[in-house]
Design a protein around this ligand. Structure first.
Ligand code: SF4
Length: 145
């Protein structure tokens, strides 16, 4: 059983988590890595708004519930602009809490992919994100539009 927490971008603070929960159940996007494991979500919150003050605290609560991994939701990758603090979060959470970080949750929706392709966003993101996993294939991306 893999226990995880999810931190979403506060831009989407009213999000009900539809795509994240769907992809967690379907083991798509960043959840494909758990294809052969049970997954339990033990925490879900926002970063608290720029510059992400809640990242200083929320992982501790998730860890207290048994979380080993913090997923930074796909919204941090596909928002306009992508989160400028992503790399800080990736480095801070393991250092401070001893937890793994995965960038992403659900597959990138095709409508976001097309805009970022035009903007030329992806090459700069490849050092921070497993884009291959999140981009999946076009059929999957369209299913998340
Ligand atoms: S852009 Fe980053 S720091 Fe700003 S609200 Fe979104 S996740 Fe938080």
């Amino acid at each position: 059983m893999k226990k995880i927490g999810i931190i979403i971008c506060d831009r989407y603070h009213t999000c009900a988590g539809g795509k994240c929960f769907r992809s967690m159940g379907a083991r798509e996007g960043a959840f494909a890595r758990y294809a052969d494991e049970d997954v339990e979500l033990v925490g879900f919150t926002t970063c608290g708004g720029c510059p992400g003050g809640n990242v200083e605290y929320a992982p501790a609560e998730m860890k207290a519930n048994g979380a080993e991994v913090v997923h930074l939701a796909t919204g941090l990758v596909v928002g306009y602009p992508p989160c400028p603090h992503l790399n800080c979060f990736r480095e801070f959470i393991p250092r401070q809490f001893g937890m793994d970080v995965v960038v992403g949750t659900h597959p990138i929706p095709e409508k976001y992919n097309l805009v970022h392709e035009e903007l030329g966003t992806w090459p700069a993101m490849t050092a921070q994100v497993d884009l291959e996993e999140l981009l999946a294939d076009q059929k999957t991306r369209l299913a998340y539009d």
